[in-house]
Design a protein around this ligand. Sequence first.
Ligand SMILES: *Cc1c(COP(=O)(O)O)cnc(C)c1O
Length: 376
Amino acid sequence: MTPHIEKFLAEHRPQTPCLVVDLDVVEDNYHALKNALPRAEIYYAVKANPASQVLDRLAGLGSNFDVASISEVDRCLASGVDPERIAFGNTVKKQDDIATAFAQGVRLFAFDSATELEKLAVAAPGAKVFCRILVENGGAQWPLSRKFGCSARMAADLMIEARDKGLVPYGLSFHVGSQQTDPLQWQAAIGDAAMIFTTLGAAGIELGMIDLGGGFPIRYRDDVPDIQEVADTIMDGLVRSFGNRIPTVMIEPGRYLTATAGLLRTEVVLISSKDYGDDVRWVYLDVGKFGGLAETMDEAIKYPIRTLRDGDETGPVAVAGPTCDGADILYEKSGYRLPLSLKVGDQVDILNTGAYTTTYSSVGFNGFPPLKEFYL
Ligand SMILES: *Cc1c(COP(=O)(O)O)cnc(C)c1O
């Protein structure tokens, strides 16, 4: 917890559950990433946390933005972002939305299929386009699966088609999966992309950009490689695959910039056990999967949990949310332990919750309101 957040919670005692974000930490994370990988142009993945305060701060630092919808374009424009600094990175877009973004000045679009390319040729004539390729997501704690990207040979064909349709075949992108803990995954993907650069070069198309996506990991409960190690591995991959002809490098960090800036304060609603003598206590908090903690699905993201009684003797727990849905369990199998002295009414803090929480919160499932959020 940062001094800022601590002071805010002590002075305002907001009703729980609520997320408190320290914008200075977002700024620190931006600089840390920029310093680790100075070659890369940062396009913040707005979906991680689209709060205007976050966008304002990052816009002030000179960040670019990766958006997935018109509403995200509008949010960026409202924060004073030049549309030239926006990439429409979603490969699944309505043609009307492409046209709207184009009319607003957005000139850089992603695609991964012939049909999407046709839409772009009609609705964003002359725009720069980049093709997303399908890469392995091994090592990612929140994989993006096979939903996005196409094969290398299809990507090469589509880039030629892009040129023939009057678009500018600008580059290639990939995403190695979110919370990627194996930096070598970027190297493999860079190698795949470089081969397509070569194929297209032979066809007379010189691509100018490689977009390494997001996936930069942060420390939740368990250690991850630090950002310099990830960056060094990436640079090593770029040099190996492109030699001294490294193209413009884009990255689309989401989690890395905002996760560690946020703390979710919650309260214990109930502590119980399922039978006499059971040593596993069930701890029910006032926030759960539907209140913003969707990334605990399959216990994928293991948030650190802090209580005021840390230091006391602990015992095994299952941690669950307050709704009447059986899926609303945060952790049952991940070996969480909490103090035996924990009581109903205690405050419990869930750390590193600044990314992928507020927007995952339901509008009111079971009558629980959306997650409150404060930005300092
Ligand atoms: C979600 C997303 C990101 C951000 O990923 P992180 O793992 O949060 O860094 C980047 N690019 C695209 C296209 C995305 O969909």
